[in-house]
Design a protein around this ligand. Structure first.
Ligand SMILES: *Cc1c(COP(=O)(O)O)cnc(C)c1O
Length: 221
């Protein structure tokens, strides 16, 4: 199957309200342009140097989403153009995103990353840390970032019940935060969860944004 066939097959499997981030990390500009020419405009990347180069080389109406762990000292390179950062996983990073957005005279959309997996290698706030961010209204100190919702990555396992449980937990937390702290604020709408191997379970549990790489572009080279 071609990239376009795989892309269309995934789009057909998604409900209309679920956005698709085509994760193009480690894939070539040619591969990205195949998806672009089929209408895809949202691409996900996880390395600063790579996304910066691709931004320079590729059409300017692409919306670049940063999905990997982001080092504070590298925010300045992507702040001029990045559409959304899914991986806001510390206050220090949020502070820097706010400062760099201000310096670039723009606001940057972010998702608060929640640690829902068993592995310690995955980053993110714990549920209780995240709850206090919202409860103590800490995010309002950063006017140049807009908090659009939450992101999470499930444990890498073939135990589907565990994955579903982690997604269901994040989805319940998302709804609680939305109902408690964002009732008057329509910005908090996105729940980014689901990758190539688990996106159908994520959608079943309420994902609004899936991040899919290998199922579109093939295995990373
Ligand atoms: C690489 C990556 C994805 C996409 O993974 P696939 O299994 O190739 O779909 C999604 N989210 C994050 C955070 C990633 O780093």
């Amino acid at each position: 199957m071609t990239i376009v066939e795989r892309l269309n097959r995934i789009k057909d499997s998604l409900p209309a309200n679920v956005h698709l981030v085509a994760v193009s990390k480690f894939h070539s500009n040619d591969a990205i342009m195949e998806a672009y020419n089929a209408g895809q405009r949202v691409f996900g990347e996880s390395r600063v140097q790579e996304v910066t180069k691709k931004y320079e080389d590729l059409p300017k109406d692409i919306n670049w989403h940063f999905i990997g762990h982001l080092q504070t000292n590298k925010v300045k390179y992507i702040a001029p153009f990045i559409t959304m950062v899914h991986s806001a996983d510390s206050i220090k990073l949020i502070e820097e995103l706010n400062l760099c957005a201000y310096k670039n005279n723009r606001t940057i959309d972010i998702l608060i990353q929640i640690h829902i997996a068993e592995e310690d290698t995955k980053s993110g706030f714990s549920y209780s840390e995240a709850e206090s961010l919202f409860k103590e209204n800490i995010l309002s100190k950063y006017p140049f970032i807009k908090v659009k919702g939450l992101m999470g990555m499930a444990t890498y396992t073939d135990n589907d019940e565990q994955v579903k449980k982690e997604f269901a937990g994040l989805s319940a937390f998302f709804n609680k935060i939305k109902d408690t702290y964002y009732r008057e604020n329509p910005d908090f709408i996105e729940l980014s969860m689901g990758m190539s191997d688990d996106y159908l379970m994520a959608v079943e549990k309420g994902s609004t944004m899936v991040r899919i790489g290998s199922k579109i572009f093939g295995e990373r080279i």
